[in-house]
Design a protein around this ligand. Structure first.
Ligand code: TPP
Ligand code: MG
Length: 417
């Protein structure tokens, strides 16, 4: 035996990799027993000024307010009045009505692409309503509810999705990748992970100027596997940037289940611990819990305690986009079996239990919202749907450079526009 020969090598087990597989595939019964859930009201609510080492249990629990009977229970109940809750319900229902209509519009060839946020409406709705108008959200494509909560003019978004002459973004973005600065909705980036680092940079700039505005950003579960996520958390922790960093864990990243991004080993909220940041794990289908967690994190940010990482546990009930067919990789009944239910149904049940809403009022509201969406779509159709109308070509050269570059001016001259 030569000195290089490892001792006992023939007896060592062969090395192998673990490839996470979703708990159920099409044709199998849906299963969610791999996910830790807590009963409503079970998780303590520490003072927002608490030091991070005191709350390292929180990322492993699940902050919930609404119980199975629709009662608001426990220390995280934000105590919202009925009017605010009815408004939240309306914003969520409007998001769904718009999504359903736009999905059909894509099937009818009126737009090239659309993405629904079915089942995730509570997140953008509650956070948009709770934060200030001049705070800045770095959104993903699944938080259009942010805009509806701020009464964004629907026709403008319809025009962008139809890529027509009325598109306020002048045809520069994929349908639904929107931008509405005055509504605190920063330009949506198709490069997923950028949301976190841009928000941390924006928040650092706000603090650098001695301003009072805070930032909020979203990424999906799949996107946490990108380097941007970890870089952003490092900067946020080091400089105590006034930012709320949200991971929308909807269990899927297109056809990759959350385990591929690390969900089998720990929770996404628990990733905060390594950076010394507070991590909250929150029921994302519970409007009240989303609101309460945002209040807590915003108070930390506004009092220079720094960033918070919030994981919203939710479920992407629809396909990833109009280009996706989820029945090919997950059980068709999985969405209906999701243990945290539907955010609209849950808030509706709560309001009815409080005597502040009724099934009849709900049906009437849904009909009114559908009418409103139909009217906006009709107006957009008059301007033109995909291919019937487009922004003027000369706009391609406008608003790109502060001082137009000579090459751009030359190209524009060549085109004669
Ligand atoms: C940097 C980058 N990589 C890949 C893609 C393609 N892509 C678009 S959405 C998506 C899945 C994202 O999943 P997740 O982060 O869980 O967000 P979700 O769609 O579930 O909200 C991928 C891989 C992209 N747009 N940008
Ligand atoms: Mg996802």
């Amino acid at each position: 035996m030569s000195p290089q020969d490892p001792i006992g090598a023939p007896n060592r087990p062969p090395l192998q990799l673990h490839i996470p597989e979703p708990p159920a595939r099409p044709g199998q019964a849906p299963r969610f027993d791999h996910l830790p859930f807590s009963p409503a009201g079970a998780i303590r609510r520490p003072d927002p000024g608490v030091a991070e080492p005191e709350i390292r249990d929180l990322p492993y629990g699940l902050i919930r307010v609404l119980d199975d009977e629709g009662r608001a229970v426990g220390p995280w109940d934000p105590g919202l009045d009925a009017e605010t809750l009815r408004r939240g319900l309306k914003v969520m229902a409007q998001t769904r009505a718009f999504d359903d209509r736009m999905f059909r519009a894509q099937r009818q060839g009126k737009t090239s692409f659309y993405m629904k946020s079915t089942g995730e409406e509570a997140i953008g709705a509650a956070q948009s309503m709770m934060l200030d108008r001049d705070d800045m959200c770095f959104p993903t494509y699944r938080v259009l509810s942010w805009l509806w909560a701020r009464d964004y003019p629907m026709l403008d978004l319809v025009n962008q999705i139809f890529s027509n002459e009325g598109d306020p973004l002048k045809g520069r973005q994929l349908p639904i990748l929107f931008s509405a600065r005055d509504y605190g909705f920063y330009s949506l980036s198709g490069n997923l992970g950028t949301r976190f680092s841009q928000a941390v940079g924006w928040a650092m700039a706000s603090a650098y100027r001695g301003d009072t505005k805070i930032a909020l950003a979203y990424v999906g579960d799949g996107t946490t596997a990108e380097g941007d996520f970890h870089e952003a958390l490092t900067f946020a922790a080091v400089y105590r940037a006034p930012v709320i960093l949200c991971v929308t864990n909807n269990q899927w990243a297109i056809s990759s289940y959350a385990g591929i991004a690390g969900a089998e080993s720990t929770t996404f909220a628990a990733k905060a611990i390594a950076y010394g940041l507070p991590g909250l794990r929150v029921d994302g289908n519970d409007f009240l819990a989303v609101w309460a967690a945002t209040v807590w994190a915003a108070e930390r940010a506004r009092t220079n305690k720094g960033a918070t990482l919030i994981e919203f546990v939710t479920y992407r009930a629809a396909g990833h986009s109009t280009s996706d067919d989820p029945t090919r990789y997950r059980p068709a009944e999985e969405a209906a079996c999701w243990p945290l239910g539907d955010p609209i149904e849950r808030l509706k049940t709560h309001l009815i239990a409080r005597g502040e809403w009724s099934a009849e009022r709900h049906t009437q509201m849904e009909a009114e919202l559908a009418d409103g969406v139909r009217a906006a779509v009709k107006e957009g159709e008059r301007i033109g749907t995909l291919g019937q109308s487009k922004p003027p070509v000369r706009q391609m050269f406008e608003d790109v450079f502060k001082e137009p570059d000579w090459r751009v001016l030359e190209q524009r001259r060549e085109l004669g526009v």
